[in-house]
Write a protein that binds this ligand. Sequence first.
Ligand code: UDP
Length: 194
Amino acid sequence: MKKEQYLGVSVSPLTYDQIINDMKTRIQAGEQSTVIAVNPEKVMTAQRDPLVKELINNSTYQIADGVGMIIASKLKKGELTERVTGVDMMGRILEMAAAENLGVFFYGAKEETVKKAKENLEAKITGLHVAGYENGYVKDQDVLLDKIRQSGAKIIFVALGSPRQELWIRENMPKLPDVKVFQGVGGSFDVYSG
Ligand code: UDP
């Protein structure tokens, strides 16, 4: 897959549509994918923190979340043309999930926030099935993993802040083989709960 490099950090020069199409192909092939948002601040953090760099570079899609990435791409005559924000990418994945009849799971944020985000999004996106949700302050990870498995969700959005959510995804992806898409979404549940 095409990538651009910014100080050793990979970014996908892809539009929302291109990512969704590629993701659908990977889901059909039974492959797991991860989505991470990259902005100039994260590129700088990656310079001093090898773990952050590794978490970004090992993701499937590094979306260019920040106009600074587009400017940087223009300067080096790259192919990034539009911002791909974490919150809008989540919206596009939800629309795809509704169209393809794939269950989704929301993990993270405060209880009332994640619950309201689920309610608002189900009201907004016809056919969306939020198979389950859990707030980001639960203690028992085994119970959480069972809840995710039992929900039958194929896509999970994790909102624990960075890099915590990315570490959670890396640790738990092998334990959730039926989940095919993992996106770390930071404050997106807060946005959708409003
Ligand atoms: N959060 C959580 N559990 C924690 C710490 C944070 O669920 O132990 C949630 C918090 O409630 C908020 C989100 O993670 O909804 C963090 O959003 P923030 O905007 O700080 O993330 P960023 O995008 O800046 O990484």
